[in-house]
Design a protein around this ligand. Structure first.
Ligand SMILES: Cc1cc2nc3c(=O)[nH]c(=O)nc-3n(C[C@H](O)[C@H](O)[C@H](O)COP(=O)(O)OP(=O)(O)OC[C@H]3O[C@@H](n4cnc5c(N)ncnc54)[C@H](O)[C@@H]3O)c2cc1C
Length: 187
């Protein structure tokens, strides 16, 4: 995986093994879920019980089950609400500071050849770029949308555009800046 700075792309010092699922990213979750009993389309209400004995009910107060351990994998603010029976954990979750990340997908009529599939970007408002169309088995998406490039913002620009009033305006602003920086990377 390379990193890109203003002038050049170079390989990471230590490569990390990364995976791309086919035909879509959710294939990983579907595979992991094959032998698990999963309760879908259910909104879990704030947990009842104690830290070693949880009782879960849904939003209509119907019992989901009793569990020794509950793993809550939602944004911190939502976790705080779910954890009201454990005030210490709720406080910890409630005081977590979230940092946003803008994500924009660009679709091009022509194929994109940057010489790499994805990269961390330095010295730029962008932090990550990935050529979605170079993932295997994405020809259907290319035919429908074009050649797609995913762009993530860095922390600095995220906080700047977050303070703008209209979210449309902030997204448009990030889109324009991304376009400018992508052109720079392409040339
Ligand atoms: C458009 C898009 C494209 C992406 N593409 C990629 C990619 O190609 N590769 C990649 O690695 N990552 C990608 N990501 C990022 C990836 O989707 C996230 O990093 C990942 O989904 C985070 O997983 P998570 O389980 O932490 O959170 P989430 O996926 O947000 O899961 C949290 C779940 O908890 C549920 N939930 C919340 N509260 C309750 C409640 N009270 N009761 C029951 N359920 C509740 C939510 O409905 C949600 O389903 C993409 C993200 C987006 C938006």
């Amino acid at each position: 995986m390379p990193t890109v700075s203003v002038s050049a792309a170079k390989e990471e010092k230590q490569g990390t093994e990364r995976f791309v699922a086919v035909p879509r990213m959710n294939a990983i979750c579907k595979h992991l879920a094959t032998e698990i009993d999963i309760c879908l389309d259910t909104q879990v209400a704030p947990l009842k019980g104690t830290v070693d004995h949880w009782s879960l009910v849904d939003e209509d107060d119907a019992e989901i089950g009793r569990f020794d351990v509950a793993v809550i994998a939602v944004p911190a603010g939502q976790a705080a609400t779910l954890l009201c029976a454990a005030p210490q954990l709720a406080d910890q979750a409630g005081s977590a500071e979230m940092t946003g990340c803008w994500a924009v997908m660009f679709a091009f009529a022509d194929s994109i050849d940057l010489g790499f599939d994805a990269a961390f970007v330095h010295q730029s408002p962008l932090s990550w770029i990935a050529c979605n169309s170079s993932k295997p088995e994405r020809n259907g998406v290319i035919a429908r949308l074009g050649h797609c490039m995913q762009v993530h913002s860095g922390l600095k620009i995220t906080s700047t555009i977050h303070s703008m009033r209209s979210s449309d305006c902030s997204l448009a602003s990030f889109g324009k800046q991304s376009e400018h920086h992508l052109q720079h990377i392409r040339t």
